[in-house]
Each structure stands twice: as C-alpha cells, then as structure tokens.
Write a new protein. Sequence first.
Length: 170
Amino acid sequence: MNASTTPSPVQSSPVGVVFRTFQPGDEVAFRELNEAWIAKYFVMEAQDRKVLGDPVAYVLRPGGQIVMAEREGRPVGCCALVAMGENTFEVAKMTIIESERGLGLGKQLLQAVIDTGVAMGATRLYLETSTKLVNAIHVYELLGFRHLPPEKVHPSPYSRADVFMELVLA
C-alpha cells in the first residue's frame, strides 16, 4: 500500500497528545526530532542522514508511513514504519522530545504505530535498537515485541544496533 492510500488515524492521548499520520510539511519536525535524539545518545550515521533528509523518498513512497505526535499543534514525537516487503515493516526513527519524556508518550506512540501498521496490512513489525536504551526496550517488550535469535537478524546499516526484535501480528 502506498502512502496516498494509507489510512490516516488520529488518536488522542489522555495527556492531550494527538497521534496522526504524516502530512506534507512534517519533514522538518521529523528530521529535527530525530537529530536531537540521535545526538543525545549516539552519532549520526549515513543511513540516518539519508532517511531524515528525505522521508518521503525513503519511508513514504516505498509504502511506509510516519506517525507524528502533537501537543497543541506542536510536534512532540514521531515514528516511522519502513516497508520491508511481505507485509513486514520496520519500526524506525521513534523519538519523543526530551521535555515530554516520562509521561508514557513513547508507549502511546508505539501503540499508535502498531495500530497504523495493522491498518496497512502488516503481519510483522521488526525493529533494531541499542542495549543503551533500556526504557525503550522495556516498552517494546510490554507491547509484545520479542527478541530475535541471531539467525533471524538482518544486517543493520547502524553500528549502534545490537538488539533486534519483532512483533508478529498475524
């Protein structure tokens, strides 16, 4: 399914945050939110620059989607679903702005991303993360993601990736 036919769910959070799919003009917020997160914990890598520099070309056109989190019209988080083929999407570029962390928004954003994936026909969600991100791993596990054995891991373009997980939806 391409981005133009992707459902556009809008979900409200109990803490006043709205989750919605990508709209033209979200490119800058998607890039800035992710650059701030990456700079805090890691270093920008070639794949980061590529995806963040043109999310329409690298996420949306190939059949993926981006979910944005907004409070009072201001972007406070985002997460991409990158098409991998065979109804599989990678959960990528997930972040919440630092001033909004600790409110449960990461879990709510991830649930909105899972719901969006289901609406897009996903049967499997895949993700790569780092052992440095203990809280994120805990949220992934809470929402049903399971750690993959080494033989099921895809080579990663990110040197920081050392944890690989999946959520089977069907």
